[in-house]
Design a protein around this ligand. Structure first.
Ligand SMILES: [Zn+2]
Length: 240
């Protein structure tokens, strides 16, 4: 195989490795963002639940105060009942007592139901807090894992880039330029093998002239259809 082409093939492999590593970093970032988002949602839910709980507690206090007032009022009415001087007054106080009793019953029910609601809300809030803490732990663990892997990847990319940059100046400038031009649109498939007498980039059958150029000479052959650089795979590679 043409030595420049052999080197370019190596360059293509390095670029692919770098692209794969970049993709891995992107995927990790997406995963991390997803967990951060879920943690944020949980946090918002907790804040909402806390607000609701505070409202319920205020409501409860309000109703409890009303209930106390009603009870005080009832006590006063009981005393008043003992001091009535005629039938008309008796009736009036009795009516008031009945109303106060109904009121008291209603308020007691309301207080009970609010207490129940608060109890449930507190239970829900505790569960939310548990889940939130759990998520934060997961996030921290993931971030540590991701950070370690990212550092590893950075080092790998640096190493590959260094090897690549050492190789680049040893390649014929014009061949390199042409490779880079093809790579701009072919993105990682500027050099492709010939398989079943076809270009493995665009899958067009190659003419006998191109195949002869590839098989019999050391010149770089280009696909007449798509323009990619072509090479014949080694026997061992084909068997893989
Ligand atoms: Zn082609």
């Amino acid at each position: 195989m043409n030595t420049d082409l052999k080197k370019l093939l190596e360059i293509q492999q390095y670029d692919k490795e770098i692209a794969d590593l970049d993709l891995e970093v992107q995927r990790m970032r997406a995963k991390e963002d997803k967990i951060v988002e879920v943690v944020q949602i949980k946090q918002n839910q907790i804040e909402e639940a806390e607000e609701e709980l505070n409202e319920l507690k205020k409501d409860l206090e309000f109703e409890q105060n009303l209930l106390q007032e009603t009870i005080d009022n009832l006590n006063k009415l009981e005393i008043k009942l003992n001091n009535v001087s005629n039938e008309k007054q008796l009736q009036a106080v009795n009516t008031e007592i009945e109303m106060a009793k109904t009121n008291k019953m209603m308020l007691e029910k309301k207080v009970e139901s609010l207490k129940e609601e608060i109890h449930l809300k507190e239970k829900g809030l505790a569960e939310l807090n548990d889940r939130y803490e759990q998520l934060k732990r997961t996030l921290k663990e993931s971030q540590e894992k991701f950070d370690a892997r990212r550092r590893e990847i950075e080092e790998q990319i640096e190493k590959i880039t260094k090897t690549k940059e050492e190789l680049l100046p040893t390649i014929d400038r014009n061949v390199l330029k042409r490779y880079e031009r093809i790579n701009r649109w072919a993105k990682g498939t500027a050099i492709v093998p010939v398989r079943k007498n076809a270009c493995y980039g665009c899958f067009m059958k190659l003419t006998p002239q191109v195949l002869a150029l590839l098989e019999d000479t050391d010149e770089i052959a280009y696909c007449p259809n798509c323009g990619r650089m072509l090479y014949i795979e080694e026997e061992t590679q084909q068997e893989e």
